[in-house]
Design a protein. Structure first.
Length: 612
């Protein structure tokens, strides 16, 4: 035991290595024996740079009540709350007034810093702009911007005003924009000169949208509102609206197996758990510089790139621009990042660039590393130990719907590389079968959570049937499959449905199929996720050509470009196979399961519903 000691509080202990990967112990013989994995990262608490905020995890798990967490956030009289008050106002009105809240780096070398007081005044101004426009409480205001100071201000200003904020990923194309603004009946859109072009392509289909606010247009054309002009005229004073804890804070569209993206709605009460997880899991301390690499258009960017860290009064870095390994290392070095939250695809890309690249930078500020969005390979955890001076990545598991981290590797706990870790105090997580029966340790099944945690989604926008599908036999079914080992660690196995995780981003096969069949050459389409070393999965499409079209590389490229331009830069099929027919049920539904089995050489299973 005890292979590598270090100065930084972490060492890796060898367990009997089997050479098997996590989640593969599914024979009867394996179930009765210890799940064995390649190693265990043990932490020596006396050598950690800062004492973890969460101590005695196992003990706390027994005694913790959610009401204990309520005291970490500020409430208005009468049990009212506002997430933006907690993220910004309370610090601006207290000791952190002049503390830097945001270090904004545009990726080209220009850096702007904003204190909590400055963000307080800016978000107040934006709330006053919404007031002037006559926006109503709980109206939907969408933010469609590249990462920029305006994106943070618009998002939080909307929340403090009492409207529902919804950020959109800036790579979305016109169809994706139309689906979101249309379904939510958004009344206002904050965007920029470049991105607004995509909105205009679908504007005529969005009758509810009344206000288009453009951040970088000095003198916008008729029908548009100038951010600069309105913000300059608006007052910097605003009384943040006390909200019922169940009133809505933000909404985000995400993908499922069927249908268009669904609007996952979160309540102001969620800030309780968003605060607590940032404190206990990401372990943010007063002196930390925190950096979450996720775009503000995704839930990680919203919850752990805005709300949770600022509720804890952290200084955070916001880096604009595309992912670029050198730029990322430079960002850690230049801003002395100490806590870093990123995604496995990024980790794998950094790994692929080799160990010499990080050596060119001073990364000694790093103290704690975290990852989310897809399985983090044990190799990623170990690579980090090597290149980041013995600091491992801590895997965290959660979803758009869960609103905050539910299962994780805590700073004080030993890490089993490849495992998602253990449930947060207050979270009851189990493995169940389709009938709701809780399965014993070691068995693979549906990962399910006992409903009722504070940051749980409150609604699928205007779609109660879809919302109810998540809840069965008294459990929230996550759509993931997993297993629990004898030490209570959770191991991710896969998705129970057809949802595709590509480079950590969630894509619904139906959306891609719908975009594909709008191309004149495509008569039918079936889409699956195909395992990929770097991206976790890539999107693969099987298409039937419209009569008169002939298969060619040029045609495939054309189809790929078409889907990219409609949906988003990441949501197009990297591989396309032309087939004569697609396997369908007798009712005409494409059997993606069979496409996947055929592609991956897996058993095809039950085909009794197959058309012929
Ligand atoms: O399949 C799981 C995967 O991402 C899904 C949730 O995706 P999304 O709503 O986009 O949220 C991502 C960021 C919160 C999950 O159902 N996932 C998330 N974290 C992990 C993961 N898969 C494996 N390991 C994880 N740590």
């Amino acid at each position: 035991m005890g292979a590598r000691g270090c100065q930084c509080g972490f060492m890796i202990h060898g367990l009997a290595a089997t050479g098997r990967k996590a989640g593969k112990c599914d024979t009867m013989a394996d179930k009765s024996t210890e799940l064995m994995h390649e190693g265990l990262v043990i932490k020596d608490p006396t050598k950690l740079r800062l004492k973890p905020n969460l101590q005695n995890f196992e003990q706390l798990r027994q005694s913790f009540e959610w009401s204990d967490a309520d005291k970490d956030v500020e409430w208005f009289p009468g049990g009212k709350i506002n997430a933006a008050h907690n993220a910004i106002d309370r610090h601006a009105k207290g000791a952190r007034k002049d503390k830097v809240a945001l270090v904004y780096d545009d990726g080209e070398g220009r850096v702007q810093k904003f204190t909590f007081q400055q963000l307080y005044e800016e978000t107040n101004r934006f709330a006053n702009v919404l007031k002037k426009l006559g926006i109503m409480r709980q109206d939907r205001v969408f933010v469609f911007l590249q990462r920029s100071p305006e994106a943070y201000v618009a998002f939080l200003g909307t929340i403090k005003y009492g409207a529902i904020a919804s950020p959109m990923f800036p790579a979305f194309g016109p169809d994706a924009i139309r689906d979101r603004l249309g379904d939510s009946e958004a009344v206002a859109l904050v965007t920029d000169k470049e991105l607004k072009k995509r909105f205009y392509e679908v504007k005529s289909q969005l009758p509810a949208l009344k206000h288009l606010i453009v951040v970088d247009e000095e003198d916008p054309p008729a029908g548009e509102i100038s951010w600069k002009k309105e913000m300059a005229e608006a007052s910097a004073s605003f009384e943040t609206v006390p909200m019922d804890p169940e009133e809505f804070q933000f909404m985000l569209y995400t993908s499922g197996t069927t249908g268009k993206p669904k609007g996952v709605v979160h309540a102001h009460k969620g800030i309780v758990q968003q605060h607590l997880t940032t404190k206990w899991v990401l372990d943010v301390h007063e002196e930390d510089v925190y950096w979450c690499t996720a775009d503000l258009g995704w839930v990680t960017g919203v919850v752990y790139g805005v709300l949770g860290p600022w509720s804890n009064g952290a200084t955070q870095v916001g880096l604009s621009g595309r992912f670029d390994p050198e730029r990322w290392y430079r960002t850690v070095q230049n801003h002395k990042v100490s806590v870093w939250y990123t995604a496995p695809t990024a980790v794998r890309t950094l790994m692929a660039k080799g160990d010499d690249m990080p050596k060119k930078y001073d990364l000694s500020s790093l103290r704690a590393l975290y990852s989310v969005g897809e399985p983090l390979n044990p190799e990623g955890v170990k690579w980090a130990l090597d290149v980041f001076d013995s600091k491992p990545f801590h895997d965290t598991w959660w979803q758009t719907e869960t609103g905050s981290i539910l299962i994780t590797n805590f700073p004080e706990m030993p890490i089993k590389p490849g495992s998602m870790g253990k449930p947060m105090p207050g979270i009851e997580a189990v493995i169940v079968d389709e009938t709701g029966k809780v399965l014993p340790q070691g068995e693979e099944g549906n990962l399910a959570i006992r409903p009722g945690w504070p940051s749980m989604m409150r609604q699928i926008w205007k779609n109660p049937a879809k919302y109810n599908e998540y809840f069965r036999h008294g459990w929230y079914y996550t759509g993931d499959t997993a297993q629990i080992d004898k030490d209570g660690y959770f191991w991710y196995v896969g998705r129970a449905d057809d949802v595709i995780k590509t480079a950590g981003e969630r894509v619904g096969p139906f959306e891609v199929e719908s975009a594909l069949i709008e191309h004149p050459a495509v008569a039918e389409a079936g889409v699956i996720g195909k395992p990929d070393e770097l991206r976790g999965n890539i999107i693969k499409a099987f298409i039937v050509l419209t009569p008169g079209y002939t298969e060619s590389d040029q045609l495939k490229t054309d189809i790929q470009k078409f889907v990219k331009s409609k949906l988003a830069g990441h949501a197009y099929p990297r591989e396309i196979d032309v087939v004569k027919t697609l396997p369908k049920t007798r009712s005409g539904k494409i059997m993606r399961r069979l496409l996947r089995a055929r592609e991956l050489g897996l058993p095809i299973g039950d085909t009794s519903t197959l058309e012929d």
